[in-house]
Ligand binder design. Structure first.
Ligand SMILES: Cc1ncc(COP(=O)(O)O)c(C=O)c1O
Length: 373
C-alpha cells in the first residue's frame, strides 16, 4: 500500500482517530487498549484532562518566545525536575525530542572531557541520528555486552567521554542490567574522569516503579536525559546536569541554540505531568500494578513453560520472551484483532501501558494471551 508518508517504519493499515486514557480508536470504530502508551510517552494516559486544560490555557498566553529571554515556567520546571532527578543545585535545558537531548548530553561530555569515545551497553538505544547513529564502522561508539563484568577491564576509560546508560528497555527488548555490573562499571568510569549519562527517555516518570530507573542502582549520574513521558505525548525533552557540571560551564564557553529550546508550552505541560504523577501517587500505584502484572505473567510462564522462555519486569515495563519455535507475530496479530496494542521485538512481546492502566485491563490482556497460547 502506498501512502503520501515516507515509509521509514513498518506501519499497520489502520488510521487512529482519537484516544482517551488507555484507549485508542481507529477510523472503523474499533477500540484498543494501548499497552505501548503511544511510543512509550503517554504515561498519564492519552488526552489527559489536566494536560488538555494546561495546553488550552498556555496557548492563550504564549507558545514560543525568543531564546534571549528568561522564562519563569522554564525555571519552575527545571527546579521540579531536578528535585525528582535528585540533582540538587543542578541545571536543565529543554529541547524537543529524546534524540536531540541525548546528542546534546554526549556533545557536552565530549566538550568537557576533551575525549571522543562513547560507551554504551550493546543493545541500548541512543538516538535516531548523530552520536547514536548505527554504523558498523563507528569506532567511537563502543558497546559493552550486558552484564559482562569481565569485559569492563578491556576498556581504556581514559579515552571515553561518557558511558551512556539506558537502565531498561534496550531497543524494545526490555532488559535490566544487573546492579553488580552497572555499579562496577560506574566505579571504573568515575575513577578515570569519564562522565556517566543516564538515558531516561523511555524509563522515566514512574515507568519502572521509581521516578527514574537509574534510581534502582546506587549510581550518581553527571547528566540525565529525559523525554517522552515528560510531555505525555507532546514533544519536550531535557538535559539535566549536576552542580559539578554546571560549574564547568562557568569556566568554559559552550554555546548551543535551537529555535524551540526552552519554549513555554512544553514547560507548562512538563510541570503538569510531574504534579499529576505526584498528586495521583502514580509512582506507588504503578509499582503495585507492575507487581500484579508481573505475577500474572509468571503464572502464564508456569502454565506454558514449553512456550514462554522468560518474563522480565520492572514496574510497568514488562515483557515475555518466547521460545524460538513460537510464532510471536501471530500472537501479536491476534492480540491486535482482540483490541490490545502491545509491542513486539524478535521473540519478545512488550507491555508499557499508561501508569493509569487498571487491573481489570491487565486481566483482560492476560486472559487473551492465555486463550491464544
Ligand atoms: C532509550 C531511548 N533514547 C532515546 C530515544 C530517542 O527519543 P526520540 O524518539 O524522542 O528522539 C529513544 C526513542 O525511542 C529511546 O528509546
Amino acid at each position: 500500500m502506498t501512502t503520501p508518508i515516507i515509509p521509514f517504519y513498518k506501519r499497520l493499515d489502520k488510521v487512529i482517530v482519537k484516544a482517551k486514557d488507555c484507549l485508542i480508536y481507529d477510523s472503523e470504530g474499533n477500540q484498543y487498549i494501548d499497552f505501548e502508551s503511544g511510543d512509550w510517552a503517554a504515561n498519564l494516559g492519552h488526552s489527559n484532562d489536566r494536560i488538555i486544560k494546561v495546553i488550552q490555557d498556555q496557548i492563550e498566553l504564549i507558545i514560543h518566545d525568543g531564546l534571549q529571554f528568561r522564562n519563569k515556567e522554564a525555571e519552575d520546571l527545571s527546579v521540579a525536575l531536578l528535585e525528582i532527578l535528585r540533582m540538587p543545585g543542578g541545571q536543565s535545558v529543554f529541547l524537543n525530542s529524546g534524540s536531540e537531548a541525548v546528542n546534546l548530553g554526549i556533545t557536552l561530555a565530549k566538550f568537557f572531557t576533551k575525549r571522543n569515545k562513547v560507551l554504551k551497553i550493546d543493545q541500548s538505544f541512543i538516538s535516531a541520528y548523530g552520536h547514536g547513529q548505527i554504523s558498523v564502522d563507528n569506532e567511537r561508539l563502543l558497546n559493552i555486552p550486558i552484564d559482562k563484568i569481565d569485559a569492563i577491564s578491556q576498556y581504556d576509560f581514559q579515552q571515553i567521554a561518557a558511558f551512556v546508560f539506558e537502565p531498561g528497555n534496550s531497543k524494545g527488548l526490555i532488559q535490566f542490567p544487573t546492579a553488580e555490573f552497572v555499579e562496577t562499571l560506574a566505579i571504573a568510569i568515575k575513577k578515570s574522569g569519564c562522565l556517566l549519562i543516564a538515558n531516561e527517555v523511555t524509563t522515566g516518570f514512574g515507568r519502572t516503579g521509581k521516578w527514574f530507573a537509574s534510581q534502582h542502582y546506587t549510581i550518581k549520574p553527571d547528566i540525565i536525559i529525559t523525554g517522552k513521558g515528560l510531555g505525555n505525548g507532546y514533544p519536550i525533552s531535557a538535559v539535566s546536569i549536576t552542580d559539578r557540571i554546571s560549574i564547568m560551564f562557568e569556566q568554559d564557553n559552550f554555546r548551543y541554540a535551537q529555535s524551540h529550546q526552552n519554549d513555554p508550552l512544553g514547560f507548562a505541560i512538563g510541570l503538569a505531568v510531574i504534579k499529576t504523577i505526584q498528586e495521583l501517587g502514580l509512582i506507588k500505584s504503578s509499582l503495585e500494578k507492575g507487581e500484579y502484572f508481573r505475577e500474572a505473567l509468571n503464572n502464564l510462564q508456569s502454565k506454558y513453560p514449553e512456550k514462554i522462555k522468560e518474563t522480565r519486569a520492572r514496574g510497568l515495563m514488562l515483557a515475555i520472551e518466547f521460545h524460538a519455535p513460537v510464532d510471536v507475530e501471530e500472537i501479536y496479530d491476534q492480540l491486535l484483532v482482540g483490541g490490545f496494542i502491545t509491542g513486539i521485538k524478535n521473540k519478545t512481546l512488550r507491555f508499557m501501558p499508561p501508569l493509569v492502566i487498571t487491573k481489570t485491563d491487565i486481566d483482560k490482556l492476560i486472559n487473551s494471551i492465555d486463550n491464544i497460547l
